[in-house]
Ligand binder design. Structure first.
Ligand SMILES: C[S@@+](CC[C@H](N)C(=O)[O-])C[C@H]1O[C@@H](n2cnc3c(N)ncnc32)[C@H](O)[C@@H]1O
Length: 344
């Protein structure tokens, strides 16, 4: 098996089952993001899968459909072994062989966290049936440790969309609408995963410095995004041809290059989230809110300011104002305290 190093990250040109056994210690990986070959016979880019690397012709290597169940069991067992307790794994799969992957997962101690549907553009054209435009993403964890899930890595829990929805909630729904990338004129691995998709998984399920592994590197997209987000990374690709081409491209990837493009979630000032309100805080809330509106602030802005001052989310501030009988009339009407039978 051939090893190549890029910025301290080691990549293996060879079979992931053999390679993981030989080189990756137990419980050493924080996150696995991987997209195994689909095992669809008759594919134009199909090359016969052969366990003896000497016979691999190059290019994308497929797994014969008849071997898919056993193949899935073998690599998923290795994935389970190398994940640290509390580590996460995301497996991208079409539906044809999904049942093999689900069955293999069930034979391990890995536990389902979510079954995600990734809906994409560029669906296959059909005229006598519906158009297929989704993949499955199986998000599992290895029990026994604390799983990383960075709740506010992309949107603050208190942020609102213009229609008063929660972007944090929407971003965490289990149907993801993410376009595939169209790269005209560039050599591309079959089914290369979009940066946006990989970034999302890594933001939620890993931290800078964590080790992210891809058992089936293909176009090295997982490795590229991991480096771009300042994660350490490793992985396997059985095809010498794909490996050689993509490892060279990876050498140009700058550590952390994706970080400036990430949005900054508004999470500040929420130190008291979840804590019961004291009488003093309630009084301050009403007094300050009234003062802010009287000085010309909009309701939205006043709630934002108070969220920061009181260390609470927008929802909590609005709810408490309502409970205190303050009608939030905004700039024009100003706040009005309603009569409440319970008193304030
Ligand atoms: C679906 S592609 C991965 C695509 C990749 N996620 C990307 O974004 O480019 C699957 C890759 O696994 C490789 N492969 C097939 N069998 C393998 C094995 N036993 N070990 C390692 N790689 C393998 C194929 O050559 C192919 O490049």
């Amino acid at each position: 098996m051939r090893l190549e190093e890029v910025n301290g990250n080691i990549f293996y040109n060879g079979d992931c089952i053999v390679g993981a056994r030989a080189y990756i210690p137990d419980d050493s990986v924080d996150l696995i993001v991987t997209d195994p070959p689909y095992g669809i016979n008759g594919d134009r880019l199909h090359h016969h899968y052969n366990r003896d690397e000497a016979f691999v012709v190059g290019g994308y290597v497929e797994v014969p459909a008849s071997d898919y169940g056993e193949f899935s069991r073998r690599w998923i067992r290795e994935a389970e072994r190398i994940l640290r307790p509390g580590g996460s794994i995301y497996i991208v799969s079409g539906y044809t062989n999904l049942y093999h992957i689900l069955a293999a997962l069930r034979e391990t101690g890995l536990r389902e966290v979510n079954h995600i549907i990734w809906r994409y553009n560029f669906g296959v054209y059909t005229s006598r049936k519906y158009v297929s435009s989704h993949y499955h993403i199986l998000f599992y964890e290895k029990p026994g440790g604390e799983r990383t899930f960075n709740l506010e890595s992309r949107y603050g829990a208190g942020e609102k969309t213009p229609d008063n929805g929660s972007p944090n909630y929407r971003d965490r729904e289990d149907v993801w609408l993410i376009n595939r990338e169209y790269k005209p004129g560039q050599a591309k691995n079959k089914n290369e995963l979009p940066t946006e998709l990989l970034t999302k998984m890594m933001q939620y399920s890993s931290n800078e410095g964590d080790l992210v592994c891809d058992m089936f590197l293909g176009g090295f997209s997982t490795a590229r995004v991991a480096i771009g987000l300042n994660r350490r990374t490793t992985g396997f690709e059985i095809s010498g041809q794909v490996f050689d081409l993509k490892i060279e491209e990876l050498r140009d990837t700058r550590e952390g290059y994706l970080l400036p493009s990430l949005r900054t979630p508004q999470t500040g000032g929420r130190a008291n989230q979840g804590r019961p309100w004291t009488d003093g805080e309630r009084e301050t809330l009403v007094r300050r809110f009234t003062g802010l509106i009287e000085s010309g602030e909009t309701k939205k802005r006043a709630v934002e300011i108070l969220g920061r001052e009181l260390g609470r989310g927008r929802w909590s501030i609005e709810k408490m104002l309502e409970k205190q009988g303050v009608r939030t009339g905004g700039r024009r009407g100003g706040p009005r305290r309603e009569e409440s039978s319970k008193g304030v």
